[in-house]
Structure formats: C-alpha cells, structure tokens
Write a new protein. Structure first.
Length: 45
C-alpha cells in the first residue's frame, strides 16, 4: 500500500529497479509505474 514507486522515460511498465542512496549506501527496490520526467530541467541530482 505504501511501497515506493518511480517514473522513467523508457523502461517497460511495470519494472522493478534497485536504487542506491550514494550518501549513505542504503538501497531500495522501487516499482517503475509511470512515465517521466518530460521537462528538460528535471533532474534527480
């Protein structure tokens, strides 16, 4: 019910990806269930 999700431009829906926080090394598996970002200035950094 409260699982983490993500968006990606090209991965097939649904996909599962491993995401790593580079500051603390923690990882999580998230479900890609949406498309985006579509704005050129959008970034995850």
């Amino acid at each position: 019910m409260y699982s983490m999700t993500a968006a990606h431009k090209t991965l097939p829906l649904p996909s599962y990806v491993k995401v790593t926080n580079t500051r603390n090394g923690k990882t999580a598996i998230v479900r890609v269930n949406d498309r985006g970002p579509f704005h050129e200035a959008a970034s995850s950094t």
